[in-house]
Ligand binder design. Structure first.
Ligand SMILES: [Zn+2]
Length: 293
């Protein structure tokens, strides 16, 4: 613990739940003096933003697939659980690859929801209180919290650039640990034994992009070139005892969307979503003003 932080924290906090949390509280309160973020995390990169959000969206929908196909118990809203499964799967995949752009990509995913939150919505996109999804703003803060909670001591700059308030930041390490523990439990309960035969797999299908989508072929080529879809399918096939053949499909839908269909046994990510990610990426400089681009 930074002793220099202790006194102001003790004086400033009316409720101090526990000593471990105090460290985080201190660090967050000291955000102004925090370590500088890696430049890559602030640099705007449209292709990186599209790839990271395509990967997260596929992993979120794959979260729904795992919940349904493995009949996982779910406490709380399934949409929140799917976001958590998506986040932790993405985080661990980047960590396994020793990806030095890990935080840039994770922030791209969180910032997608910040941009959606701040995007002026047409009438047909009215936000309903009864919707099964969290509000865009809540999904942004949930993801920012999980990123920060993965390493509070090393990521003091995350609350600073995301605006994650200290009241939430205080418990982000616990939130991250809960999600990490939940995934470990799922893998232990439903994972394939080492060396056991793989009965079923998750395959990948790319439908030809529609000629109505002018950027379809370029975005498809970009995504295929990254190999992220195949990597997700291979990882899921290797990790879990899947009950049947399942599919990750990239397709034309007529609108930016993604879903898991229990009937078809497939996850679909629409090419229109890739174009939507790319259009939102143009707004990134607004969020990352301090960035040398
Ligand atoms: Zn969902």
């Amino acid at each position: 613990m930074r002793l220099s932080c202790l006194l102001p924290c003790l004086l400033g906090a009316t409720v101090i739940p526990r000593v471990a949390g105090l460290t985080v509280l201190c660090l967050a309160l000291q955000a102004g003096a925090a370590e500088e973020p890696p430049l890559a995390a602030l640099r705007n990169d449209s292709a990186r933003f599209v790839a990271a959000n395509a990967e997260f969206t596929l992993l979120h929908e794959t979260g729904h697939l795992l919940i349904a196909e493995l009949d996982l118990p779910v406490l709380g809203r399934e949409e929140d659980a799917a976001d958590q499964l998506g986040f932790i799967s993405l985080f661990l995949a980047y960590a396994r690859q020793n990806d030095d752009g890990i935080y840039a990509k994770l922030l791209d995913v969180a910032d997608y929801w910040r941009l959606e939150w701040q995007r002026p919505k047409p009438e047909n996109e009215e936000v309903h209180a009864w919707d099964s999804h969290g509000l865009d703003a809540q999904r942004f803060y949930n993801l920012a919290c999980l990123i920060y909670g993965s390493d509070p001591d090393g990521l003091e700059w995350v609350p600073q650039i995301t605006g994650l308030p200290v009241e939430r930041a205080l418990y982000c390490d616990q939130e991250y640990n809960q999600v990490r523990k939940a995934l470990a439990w799922v893998e232990q309960q439903y994972g394939r034994a080492p060396g056991s035969a793989q009965r079923h797999r998750l395959r990948v299908i790319y439908d030809p992009p529609s000629t109505r989508l002018s950027d379809g072929p370029r975005l498809l080529e970009q995504l295929r070139g990254s190999g992220v879809v195949e990597a997700i399918a291979a990882r899921v096939s290797e990790t879990y005892r899947l009950p049947r053949e399942l599919t990750l499909r990239l397709s034309n839908c007529g609108a930016a969307d993604a879903w898991y269909s229990r009937t078809a046994g497939e996850v679909v990510l629409c090419y229109e979503s890739l174009a939507h990610f790319e259009s939102l990426a143009r707004q990134l400089p607004r969020l990352r003003l301090a960035t040398p681009d």
